[in-house]
Structures are given as structure tokens and as C-alpha cells.
Design a protein. Structure first.
Length: 347
């Protein structure tokens, strides 16, 4: 099992392969550190490890508005169609509208380094922005079997996961991704400038370790408005609540229509402790008396990260956070309690 910290270590020091030499690796590392403005000693807020459930392809938004830099909004709907909608549930569009998070369809395109990125929309759950993105290659075809990722920055937000979507048409020159941005400063209605500065493709070996085999630096920028989102729900944490497996105090539990997040007090130095927190049994309890246990790393629905920086911490001090996606859109008001390794929060 790989934590965010271990994944970033490998990303910054990828093995040399035919498509990558040491000079390219050094340039990419310098670019990442310069754009991020920090050293990778700890994870930024809600940084996502790149282990996720398989997504299927999002239908590209119609009538792409080619542009330079920020681009122009086009009158298109959020791409609920295809299996992307099925991932969130057959009634995802209706449930999202009922909860006040309809999403925003876009057709923003920008080109650099022989690659065109098209931002097809934005969906905000009050904590994380989901951004369906398409990479089109000016020359050549996307290599099959790779997981493609986009690294970027936005003020007040951290670049998170990029999940490759199943390619419905391997014969074309494009591939879809689902990117995320998250951060305590993200708010509905704000104007956000998202700058993607590096693309890369990974391949997993038989042991599950990922290796970067393709990368492209550039400047792909998008400016858009963060769409409306439902209010998140924070459960009351009883005094003395802690993870029974590690003894680490539970500082906060948040619920959005898309995910549950458990925030632990402090950023453990030990990778074993972080791993134990990341693998905690997390169970949702509903108002109707039912319960549901969240998936594991193997299921690909978890993410974890932390920071010692108080400014980006959801609790104003060092923290470690584990988030689990539901795989559908739920009403947080129907969740009464969250159980962490047997420790009940809520009530």
C-alpha cells in the first residue's frame, strides 16, 4: 500500500526510461517545486494519492471553444452522460440538483507543447472540485494502458487526483481524465484560475508500484467560476474521541454529498501510523437505522494527506485527513454518525 508521501517521493524521482532522461526529470521536479512554492516534506491539504476506482469516459462537451490562456465559456451542460453519471448513480443529476449542486458545463481549450487540454465542466461538493478534462495529442496517439495525470496550481486550492477515464475510442488522439482541486478556501461563486504545468503518464508494475513513462511540461490555464455547492455537514466530536488502533485524536468529521472526511489531530512522523490511519474502518450510520462501511485502498475510493501548515489546515493546526468517496451522491443530512475503528462520532 502506498501513501501520498511515498507516491510523491516516487513521482519526484521517477526511474529513467526511454521516454524520460535525468535532465527532463530534474526540470520537471524544479517546475513542480517552483509552482507549488513548497518542498514535498508533507502533503498539501487533501492531496490525493493516485489510487482510485476506475472511471469510464465522459462524453466530450460539444462545440469546443478554442482559445489562448483562459478561454471562453460555452453554453453547454455538465457532462453527466456516459458512465461518469453511472459512477455517481443513475439519478446523480437529479440528486445533485436537489442538493443544490447542479454543476457547470464548459468548453475551455488551451494548447501547449503539442497537447490540447479541454475543460468540460466543474462540479463542486463544497470541499472538492471535480473537473472532467480531455487531453488531445496534436501528433500521435495516447499510449494505451497508461494512467494520465495533470499537475496544476490554483490560489487557495491544491491539485489532487487525476483519474484516467476508460477510452471509448482508442483509435482517436484523445483521452479523458477526472481531475480534482480541493482546499479550505474554495467557495461557490469565486473566480478560480487553474494553471496546469505538467502532464504525465504512469504504468503500474506487477507489484503495484507506478513508474512515470511519459511527461510533458507546458502552460495550460483555465479561468472559471466555482459552481454552486450544497453546504457540508460537520458532526460533533465528543471529547476524548480517538482512533482506537493508534490513539491519535479525532479532531473533525465532515460530510459532503460526495465524501466523508475524518481529520486526525497532528501529522504523524511515522509512515506506519499514517498507513494505519489511512486504512481505518470507517462506517456511516443513517437516520433510517442502516449502516454502510466505506471502501478500502484496494477499492480505490480513499485518499489521504496532511500538512503542518496552519493556514491550509481545516483545524488550524497540523493534521492528517482520510477521505472516502461514496461512489454516489448522498444527502449528508441523512447521515447521523460516523464510526472510526469502533469510535462513534456524531449523535
Amino acid at each position: 500500500m502506498k501513501t501520498w508521501f511515498e507516491w510523491m517521493d516516487q513521482y519526484y524521482e521517477p526511474p529513467v526510461c526511454p521516454q524520460t532522461d535525468e535532465a527532463q526529470t530534474a526540470r520537471l521536479k524544479q517546475t513542480v517545486l517552483r509552482r507549488a512554492g513548497t518542498q514535498p516534506v508533507c502533503a498539501p491539504a487533501l492531496a490525493r494519492p493516485h489510487r482510485w476506482r476506475r472511471f469510464a469516459v465522459v462524453a466530450a462537451a460539444a462545440a469546443l471553444a478554442c482559445c489562448v490562456g483562459a478561454g471562453a465559456l460555452a453554453a453547454v451542460g455538465f457532462p453527466w452522460g456516459g458512465v461518469f453519471g453511472k459512477y455517481f448513480g443513475a439519478d446523480a443529476q437529479n440528486r445533485a440538483a436537489q442538493l443544490g449542486m447542479p454543476g457547470e458545463g464548459m468548453a475551455l481549450s488551451t494548447t501547449d507543447g503539442g497537447c490540447t487540454l479541454t475543460l468540460n465542466g466543474a462540479l463542486f461538493d463544497g470541499q472538492t472540485l471535480y473537473l472532467p478534462l480531455t487531453i488531445s495529442f496534436d501528433n500521435g496517439m495516447p499510449e494505451q494502458g497508461l494512467s494520465y495525470y495533470a499537475m496544476g496550481t490554483a490560489q487557495g486550492a491544491s491539485s489532487g487526483s487525476s483519474r484516467t477515464l476508460a477510452d471509448e475510442n482508442p483509435a482517436d488522439n484523445s483521452v479523458g481524465m477526472m481531475c480534482t482541486l480541493s482546499g479550505a478556501e474554495l467557495q461557490s461563486g469565486q473566480t478560480l484560475h487553474w494553471e496546469v504545468f505538467a502532464l504525465h503518464g504512469n504504468r503500474a508494475d506487477a507489484q503495484g508500484n507506478t513508474h512515470t513513462v511519459w511527461q510533458q511540461e507546458g502552460n495550460w490555464a483555465f479561468t472559471f467560476t466555482v459552481p454552486q455547492a450544497a453546504a457540508s455537514k460537520e458532526l460533533p466530536v465528543p471529547d476524548g474521541s480517538s482512533d482506537p488502533a493508534t490513539g491519535i485524536a479525532i479532531a473533525q468529521v465532515r460530510l459532503t454529498p460526495m465524501q466523508v472526511s475524518v481529520v486526525f489531530d497532528g501529522l504523524p512522523d511515522s509512515a506506519d501510523v499514517r498507513d494505519a490511519l489511512s486504512c481505518a474502518d470507517i462506517t456511516l450510520h443513517f437516520a433510517d437505522g442502516s449502516a454502510r462501511t466505506m471502501g478500502t485502498w484496494a477499492d480505490g475510493v480513499r485518499a489521504a494527506g496532511g500538512s503542518i501548515e496552519e493556514a491550509i489546515s481545516p483545524i488550524g493546526r497540523p493534521y492528517y485527513e482520510v477521505s472516502c468517496e461514496y461512489g454516489q451522491i448522498l444527502d449528508p443530512a441523512q447521515i447521523t454518525d460516523v464510526e472510526v475503528n469502533g469510535c462513534l462520532v456524531g449523535g
